[in-house]
Design a protein around this ligand. Structure first.
Ligand code: ARG
Length: 460
């Protein structure tokens, strides 16, 4: 008979049994479920709601179940619907009546909410550590390429000179925000729903502060209805993971471009590339493509849960059982993407000469040319127009700015002098961009130090 079978005259339909049960996926919450039950039982004992002997028997029984699950000795069953009822049924099988007292002053509604929060809190910690490793890999590559000039792009058109370090360090910043976003989400999540009961709290003299503290929460949730209805924490996490994946996906896209023959800025390591079954020459960036592809999947997880939640009257509705698979899927996906992407970055070969060659075409020093005239007294807008004319002249004559003679340059302004060639030199153009946050070596050094202390502060 079902745990809740008292009121029923008939067995559950077989299909319904499978349809209704969540044990296939919520068994991964077994540790948190047991942890929550232990805190609950200890509190019931201390508040005199159950005897200390029963509390102790429950404690010992749960420890045994935990050990057996971890040893692979426990078979869960869909007949017991979910992880909560599976554990409770096992406990009662093992310790008898004391097991039947565990669910006093509790509901699966607050139980599942506490389990999921505990689980996500731990996963957030692990994901943050994986992000830090990724940042470290980017910072290492950046250190090696502070002087590697590459074209910076807007509209995927060559725009102005930057260094490869500057480009990678931009991602370090995005990832630092991902870390703090996850921390923030973890902080807000860290309130305890246990004791909300089914929805309306309980008549027993429970101590919610005790269980909250025992489980490492900052406080019990303030409203029992909210305690069991809220899934903001899962949505926030999915949003934070979606944004993280956006960042990974943008770098994945760039990696794919960079290792194409059209760019050839980098060469991926063989261990991080795949071949074609028909084209012998192929070396494909499948890892980056999969990261980009899996981003859509994480967005789907977020959209799925947002949609599931949007029409639910308070408090618990079974729809909310649909919260687990998307969060698990998003977490699994992110946890796979991060380390494999880290390895791909660590092992990729950077080809500075190709970056430099690309930087040499596309007039990425045109702004510098206009700035040269401006610094000699011409209003910037006039300088802009003059250089625009030079660029047009160059395209007609298949030249770049630094290939023009002084006479050619002077056709648009007499202010051009011999020192213009220094001003147009790409290495100088990059190095002169010393404004805070710019690509000059001093600035990328500052950024690297900043990101390394961020990593230090957060590393466990
Ligand atoms: N398996 C359920 C879930 O994941 C647990 C809560 C069930 N509560 C209920 N009243 N049916 O949402």
């Amino acid at each position: 008979m079902k745990l809740w079978g008292g009121r029923f005259q008939k067995e559950t339909d077989g299909l319904v049994n499978d349809f209704n049960s969540s044990i296939q996926f919520d068994q991964r919450l077994y540790r948190e479920d047991i942890q929550g039950s232990m805190a609950h039982a200890a509190m019931l004992g201390q508040c005199g709601i159950i005897s200390q002997e029963d509390a102790a028997a429950i404690q010992a029984g749960l420890e045994g179940i935990l050990a057996d699950i971890e040893a692979g000795k426990v078979e869960f069953t869909a007949d017991n619907e979910d992880i909560h009822m599976n554990v409770e049924a096992l406990l009662t099988q093992r310790i008898g009546d004391a097991g039947k007292r565990l669910h006093t002053a509790r509901s699966r509604n607050d139980q599942v909410a506490v389990d999921l929060r505990l689980y996500l809190r731990r996963e957030i910690g692990e994901i943050i550590q994986a992000i830090l490793d990724f940042q470290q890999a980017l910072a290492e590559k950046a250190k090696a390429h502070q002087k590697t000039v590459m074209p910076g792009y807007t509209h995927l058109q060559r725009a102005q000179p930057i260094s490869f370090a500057q480009h990678l360090l931009a991602y370090c910043q995005m990832l630092a925000r991902d870390v703090t976003r996850l921390e923030d989400c973890g902080r807000r999540m860290n309130q305890c729903p246990l004791g909300s009961g089914a929805l309306a709290g309980t008549t027993y003299p429970i101590d919610r502060w005790q269980t909250a503290k025992a489980l490492g929460f900052d406080a019990p949730m303030s409203n029992s209805l909210d305690g069991v209805s809220d899934r903001d924490y899962a949505l926030e996490l999915l949003s934070a993971l979606s944004i993280l994946m956006t960042h990974l996906s943008r770098l994945a896209e760039e990696t794919i471009l960079w290792c194409s023959w059209e760019f050839k800025f980098i060469e991926l390591d063989d261990a991080y590339s795949t071949g074609s079954s028909i084209m012998p020459q192929k070396k494909n960036p499948d890892v980056a493509e999969l990261v980009r592809g899996k981003t859509g999947r994480v967005y789907g997880d977020l959209m799925g849960l947002l949609t599931a939640m949007k029409g639910l009257a308070l408090a618990y509705n079974k729809d909310m059982q649909e919260d687990k698979e998307p969060v698990f899927d998003a977490i699994d996906t992110v946890k796979m993407c991060l380390p494999v992407f880290t390895g791909m970055i660590e092992t990729m070969r950077v080809l500075p000469e190709n970056m430099r060659a690309a930087a040499g075409r596309g007039f990425i020093n045109a702004t510098d040319c206009a700035d040269y005239l401006t610094k000699k007294g011409m209003p910037f807008r006039d300088a802009y127009t003059a250089v625009g004319k030079l660029v047009y002249y160059c395209t007609e004559h298949h030249k770049v700015l630094e290939e023009l003679s002084l006479e050619e340059l002077q056709t648009v302004s007499p202010l051009f002098e011999e020192d213009v060639y220094d001003a147009l030199n790409l290495e100088n153009c990059m190095e002169q961009r010393r404004s805070y946050g710019g690509p000059a070596v001093a600035e990328t050094t500052r950024q690297i130090q900043e990101i390394e202390s961020f990593i230090q502060e957060h590393k466990e």
